[in-house]
Design a protein around this ligand. Structure first.
Ligand SMILES: Nc1nc2c(ncn2[C@@H]2O[C@H](COP(=O)(O)OP(=O)(O)OP(=O)(O)O)[C@@H](O)[C@H]2O)c(=O)[nH]1
Ligand SMILES: [Mg+2]
Length: 331
C-alpha cells in the first residue's frame, strides 16, 4: 500500500537528516511521528520511527559522566508555572536585566557583551499567575550556543529582545530571527495553526524593544516597526524606568490565550493565590480535571461567581468558564 507522504512529513524528515545532535534528532523524530499520515500504508514506518525514538530517549536519559562526576544537563530547563518563555536577543540588549526586573533571579548584568553563558530561569508573578522566564546567552552572526536549540524548542513563547540603544539594532535582531529561521522555527503572533498544535517548531513570538529610555531610541523603534511590525507585535520597554513592563506581561497572558479560575470551598473565601490556569474555552469539567482526575469524574455540579453570572450560579460540568471566574465544586 502506498505511503502517500505529505510535504509536512518530508520536511520533518529532511530536518532529521540534517540534525546534528541527539536532542535535535529526537525533536525531529517526534515531529515526523506527529505529521505522518496515519493509515495502513505507513504502519511499518511509524513503528520504525517509534523504535528509533525510544532508543534515542534511552540513550539521552543515560547520565553522561564527566571528569568531575555526573554532568548537569545544560540544554534543558524544567518547566514551572503557566508557561515557559525564553529570552533571545543580540549581545548586550538587556535580556539579563529584564529577568532581574520581572523576577527574583539575579543573573549577572554587565555593560559589555557575552556576559551570560548558561541558562538562567526565574519566576515572574503576574496578576496571580506564575510564568517562567529563561535568560540565555546572546545570538550573533558568529555566535550561537548549540545547546540552546533544545531549550528554544521546549519553550512555549519566544520573547525577542531588541536593543534600541545599539547603532546596529537592526542587524542584531536580524541575526536572531535569521538563526530561528535556520532552525526552521515557525514564529507566530498568537494563533497556533491547527497543523502545528503540539509541535516544537511553532512558537508564539513577540519583540520587547528594550532601552526605550535612551535618547534617540524612538527613531530606532520606528525602523524596527517598519521592518518587523507585520511579523511580530512590538512593545517598547525599559528595564531602567520600567516603561511598559506591565504591558509586556499582559501581552504574554494575552497571546497564550489562557484564563485563570479561582477555587473556593463551601463556606470559605476564594483562594486568589493559586488559580487554575486553562486554555480559553475550557469548561467546569476541565478545571476539575486539572485538580484531580477522580474529582472530574465524581463532579455533580459547580457554583460560579464572576462576570455575567449571578452569585453562586449553579452550573453543570460542560459550562464554559471565563477569566477570573470563582468556582466551587460539588461532588
Ligand atoms: N538605558 C538602559 N540600559 C539598559 C536597559 N536594560 C539593560 N541596560 C544596560 O545594558 C547593558 C547590558 O545589559 P544585560 O542585561 O547584561 O544584557 P544581556 O542581553 O543580558 O547581555 P549578554 O548576556 O551579554 O547577551 C547593561 O549595562 C545594562 O545596565 C534599559 O532598559 N535601559
Ligand atoms: Mg545576559
Amino acid at each position: 500500500m502506498p505511503a502517500n507522504l505529505t510535504p509536512a512529513y518530508k520536511e520533518a524528515e529532511d530536518r532529521f537528516k540534517q540534525a546534528r545532535t541527539d536532542e535535535e534528532k529526537l525533536a525531529c523524530l517526534e515531529e515526523m511521528l506527529r505529521v505522518i499520515p496515519k493509515h495502513k500504508g505507513t504502519e511499518k514506518m511509524r513503528k520504525d520511527i517509534k523504535t528509533r525514538t525510544s532508543k534515542l530517549k534511552a540513550q539521552l536519559e543515560t547520565p553522561k559522566k564527566s571528569a568531575g562526576g555526573r554532568k548537569k544537563a545544560i540544554d534543558h530547563v524544567d518547566k514551572h508555572g503557566a508557561a515557559q518563555i525564553v529570552l533571545l536577543g543580540p549581545p548586550n540588549c538587556g535580556k539579563s536585566s529584564l529577568l532581574r526586573t520581572v523576577t527574583a533571579a539575579e543573573p549577572e548584568v554587565a555593560d559589555y557583551p557575552y556576559t551570560t553563558r548558561r541558562p538562567q530561569p526565574g519566576m515572574m508573578f503576574f496578576d496571580t499567575v506564575q510564568f517562567e522566564l529563561v535568560d540565555l546567552p546572546p545570538i550573533a552572526p558568529d555566535y550561537y550556543e548549540n545547546w540552546m536549540t533544545n531549550i528554544i524548542r521546549n519553550s512555549d513563547v519566544i520573547l525577542l529582545v531588541a536593543d534600541l540603544a545599539a547603532v546596529d539594532m537592526l542587524e542584531g535582531i536580524d541575526a536572531v530571527v535569521g538563526k530561528l529561521d535556520e532552525l526552521k522555527m515557525f514564529l507566530i503572533k498568537k494563533e497556533i495553526p491547527e497543523e502545528y498544535i503540539g509541535s516544537q517548531f511553532c512558537k508564539r513570538t513577540f519583540i520587547a524593544a528594550n532601552k526605550c529610555d535612551i535618547p534617540g531610541a524612538m527613531d530606532n523603534l520606528e525602523i524596527l516597526k517598519e521592518l518587523y511590525a507585520e511579523r511580530f507585535d512590538i512593545i517598547p520597554i525599559s528595564c531602567v524606568d520600567n516603561t511598559n513592563i506591565d504591558k509586556m506581561q499582559s501581552h504574554i497572558f494575552d497571546i497564550l490565550q489562557i484564563i485563570r479560575v479561582y477555587t473556593k470551598t463551601p463556606g470559605h473565601d476564594a483562594d486568589f493565590t493559586d488559580p487554575v490556569v486553562l486554555p480559553i474555552g475550557s469548561t467546569v469539567e476541565d478545571a476539575a480535571f486539572v485538580i484531580h482526575k477522580d474529582f472530574a469524574r465524581k463532579l455533580q455540579f459547580a457554583k460560579l461567581w464572576g462576570e455575567g453570572k449571578f452569585d453562586g450560579q449553579r452550573v453543570t460540568s460542560k459550562f464554559e468558564l471565563t477569566d477570573r471566574d470563582i468556582i466551587e465544586f460539588h461532588i
